[in-house]
Design a protein around this ligand. Structure first.
Ligand SMILES: C[S@@+](CC[C@H](N)C(=O)[O-])C[C@H]1O[C@@H](n2cnc3c(N)ncnc32)[C@H](O)[C@@H]1O
Length: 321
């Protein structure tokens, strides 16, 4: 089987993941609260000065440290930052240029989607809504989902999106949501089985803290963890895996990972989706392009395909016979 063609432009193109590259591994879930404000990597400027003076290649560790020290990246999986830094240093002449390249790549991976997310504010909103009961908590979820591009686009069809899917798969008891973003906040609209378990993973610690708090407040058995799924995929069994609007982003980070995941994920059903237009609003044949790529990606994997079409998203339900 030939290697699947990339789903996006080459790494470093400056485009976000709806058409884009690069990432690492992370594990521990944050408990809650504001991002750390510590600045553990004060060595970065010294490394920069050295590089400039001696013309040596920038050091990946110093570049990663400088990026991690920036408030904006503190919630990201450290292994992701380290991996992208290791990939970018060879392409940069100076420390500062390497830092810029890494930040640009990280923006493509996650920053383009949830730029306006305020973690302490979102946690407080969920907590207050929960005190007013499930209906208020559900409304808070609807508001928060507007803050992440992927869930915002899904809101107009949220009432039936998951119902349509689980009518085909059966109500899942064990659900895995990979590169989840804020999608688990749609749980009030998901017809899951009684006593279901929800496993959510993303590289963005802010998103995971919000998801973790919500799932706890809603009262479902769950695990929400910071995890780079390009290099560290869950191995337990699931009824359904959600890989919603994530493959282009993961492929940008590690070419071929889409096929690897689809071949290896231990689930009867995998719901893969793609946007029908870019974040900037252009569609120009995106739907057909992604469908062709997906068909190539699953060639020879013996998966049955069912298609659910929505105005801004197409879902391909891949099922093992
Ligand atoms: C386009 S959004 C999709 C979010 C969600 N699945 C949805 O459809 O609402 C892509 C998500 O992938 C996450 N992501 C990017 N690279 C990742 C990686 N290597 N491992 C885990 N999550 C990743 C980003 O943080 C972002 O939340």
């Amino acid at each position: 089987m030939s290697r699947p063609a990339p789903l996006l432009p080459a790494s470093g193109s400056g485009k976000p993941c709806t058409s884009a590259p690069g990432a690492g591994t992370a594990t521990a879930a944050p408990s809650d609260g504001a991002s750390s404000t510590s600045t553990p990597h004060a060595r970065a400027p010294a490394a920069s000065a050295l590089t400039a003076r001696h013309g040596a290649a920038p050091a990946a560790a110093a570049v990663a440290a400088a990026v991690q020290a920036a408030r904006r990246y503190q919630a990201l999986a450290p292994a992701l930052i380290e991996r992208v830094a290791a990939e970018e240093v060879s392409k940069a002449r100076t420390h500062d240029e390497a830092v810029k390249r890494v930040k640009r790549r990280l923006h493509q991976v996650h920053g383009a989607y949830a730029g306006g997310l305020n973690r302490p504010g979102a946690l407080a909103e969920l907590q207050m809504a929960a005190a007013d009961g499930p209906a208020a908590l559900q409304e808070a979820c609807r508001r928060l989902m507007r803050l992440h591009a992927s869930t915002r686009e899904r809101l107009p069809v949220i009432e039936h999106f998951y119902g349509d899917l689980f009518r085909l798969t059966g109500r899942p008891t064990r659900l895995l949501d990979l590169a989840c973003g804020l999608a688990p906040l749609a749980l009030p609209w998901m017809p899951l089985a009684e006593g279901a378990f929800y496993h959510a993973c993303d590289v963005d610690g802010d998103v995971i803290a919000i998801v973790d708090r919500f799932l706890a407040l809603w009262g479902i058995a769950h695990r929400a963890e910071i995890r780079d799924v390009t290099y560290d995929r869950p191995r337990e069994h699931y009824d359904v895996v959600l890989l919603l609007k994530a493959i282009p982003c993961l492929e940008q980070q590690h070419r071929g990972v889409g096929r690897q995941l689809l071949a290896a994920l231990p689930a009867r059903h995998i719901a893969v989706s793609f946007p029908t237009r870019s974040l900037g609003g252009r569609s120009k044949g995106m739907g057909r392009h992604y469908e062709t790529q997906l068909r190539q990606m699953i060639e020879g994997l013996s998966l049955e395909v069912a298609v659910l079409s929505y105005p801004l998203e197409t879902v391909y339900l891949l099922s093992r016979p």
